[in-house]
Design a protein around this ligand. Structure first.
Ligand SMILES: *[C@@H]1O[C@H](CO)[C@@H](O)[C@H](O)[C@H]1NC(C)=O
Ligand SMILES: *[C@@H]1O[C@H](CO)[C@@H](O)[C@H](O)[C@H]1NC(C)=O
Ligand SMILES: *[C@@H]1O[C@H](CO)[C@@H](O)[C@H](O)[C@H]1NC(C)=O
Ligand SMILES: *[C@@H]1O[C@H](CO)[C@@H](O)[C@H](O)[C@H]1NC(C)=O
Ligand SMILES: *[C@@H]1O[C@H](CO)[C@@H](O)[C@H](O)[C@H]1NC(C)=O
Length: 385
């Protein structure tokens, strides 16, 4: 047993070293680190002293909107290009045929990891931590870790080993081997869920300080601080997102960006940055971070969704994960004809998995429109070339 454990540790260490060594060059950055906070309105967050200080160090997105409420669907959307009708925080699972950003990254050997604070162990699939960590029960919660909801991640041992804790992040940061795509969820206190806006902002400022230091990373690094959703359901789901780090050109530090963004924008930006294929879902058509397109001068596709005014991004549309029987639908096939912001088509493995459904109706049309379960539900159509 001891020997086996030793080999396991050796194996994990080797994986980490091997993955960080080959850096894949991007158009605007070689690394993206997303840090997700919880449930605050743009108007209030903008005034917090710690956030105001962070704003000086990067670009503030003025029109970044979450998709719906509550938390879980927003996290799922950020890696899968849809939230599949999810309207709750309960246990959820998506079948292996649903691909994620992990598949896109791996197609170009771009290393990735998810670091979840207080997660009991690598690849933990339980609903929440038991309190043996720091703050009592529920430090770590599954609803804030989108990776374990996708069977396409959990059915693959190598992928499970990339879902780690913050202790692992600190180790990887010190060893200068943080992967190129990183998704981070602080625990329920530090992300503000069970504490306060001020506590989360103060934690963020402190946590990001070493990451924003000169030479913190060897490669251009984009650090994105965002919220999953707003607090007030009655208002449009407007959240603060800051784009920080060495990937932000000096001249852009302390500036604001009025482009319309959603959690699909990170997918679109990652695809654009590394010339990756796409998921064939709502990732295609989502606006790319303006600073990244400026850095490379190649993309002019950003625009406001045509139906922006009619959307109520507080209500989930029907779908596979909706918790009311009347609102449940099968998982839509990706649109295999879509071309994303990178100029690439749908990932070959996705085409292979969904080929039999290629002429079936799909809601994904690459238009960048936004949808809800109220006034603007998705429109299913047979894909056209
Ligand atoms: C669905 O989830 C919402 C949000 O948690 C909850 O308010 C509602 O009661 C749930 N409905 C059903 C049918 O479980
Ligand atoms: C990814 O790495 C594998 C193993 O080293 C190699 O065979 C493959 O050609 C690489 N793919 C790309 C796109 O670089
Ligand atoms: C997580 O919650 C779901 C639904 O409430 C339950 O079916 C499942 O057994 C739980 N998983 C664990 C590991 O406790
Ligand atoms: C956070 O609040 C939930 C109730 O919303 C509670 O069950 C949980 O124990 C709390 N977790 C922490 C770390 O305080
Ligand atoms: C959007 O939906 C929320 C939640 O149901 C509701 O409170 C709000 O009034 C709706 N907004 C609009 C503009 O219809």
């Amino acid at each position: 047993m001891k020997q086996f454990l030793f080999l396991l540790v050796l194996g994990v260490t080797w994986l980490g070293v091997a993955s960080a060594k080959q850096i894949v060059q991007g158009k605007a950055f070689e690394r993206i680190i997303q840090v997700w906070l919880e449930n605050q309105d743009f108007a209030k967050v903008s005034l917090d002293a710690n956030i105001v200080d962070l704003k000086r160090k990067g670009v503030t997105a003025l029109r970044y909107y979450a998709h719906t409420h509550p938390s879980q669907p927003n996290y799922l959307a950020a890696i899968g290009g849809d939230y599949f009708g999810c309207n709750h925080d309960e246990f959820a699972r998506l079948p292996e045929k649903v691909f994620t950003v992990a598949d896109l990254l791996e197609s170009k050997n771009i290393s990735w990891a998810a670091y979840m604070e207080d997660m009991p162990g690598p690849g933990f699939m339980g609903n929440y931590s038991d309190g043996s960590t720091r703050n009592g029960g529920w430090d770590y919660v599954r609803k804030h870790n989108p990776f374990v909801t996708y069977d396409s991640v959990t059915n693959d041992g190598d992928r499970l080993l990339r879902i780690l804790s913050f202790d692992d992040f600190h180790r990887d940061f010190a060893a200068r081997r943080v992967p190129q795509f990183v998704f981070m969820t602080p625990n329920m206190m530090n992300d503000g869920h069970n504490s306060s806006l001020e506590a989360a902002a103060e934690w963020s400022h402190k946590f990001l300080e070493p990451l924003l230091a000169d030479n913190a990373f060897d490669e251009r690094t984009l650090i994105m601080l965002t919220y999953d959703e707003s607090e007030t359901y009655e208002n449009p789901n407007h959240i603060v997102t800051l784009l920080l780090g060495s990937a932000i050109p000096k001249a852009m530090k302390g500036t604001e960006d009025a482009t319309f963004y959603t959690h699909y924008s990170t997918l679109s930006t990652v695809e654009y940055n590394w010339g990756l294929p796409n998921l064939g879902r709502y990732d295609v058509g989502a606006n790319v971070f303006h600073f990244a397109t400026e850095a490379s001068g190649g993309y002019r596709g950003n625009k406001d969704p045509e139906n922006l005014k009619s959307v109520n991004n507080s209500v989930s549309y029907p779908g596979f994960l909706h918790n009311e029987t009347a609102n449940q639908l099968p998982i839509p096939p990706p649109n295999l004809n879509l071309v994303g912001a990178s100029g690439q088509g749908v990932l070959e493995a996705i085409k292979n998995a969904w080929r039999a459904d290629k002429n079936k109706e799909t809601p994904y049309d690459g238009s960048g429109r936004v949808y809800d379960g109220d006034k603007s539900p998705p429109v299913y159509k047979v894909p056209t070339l």
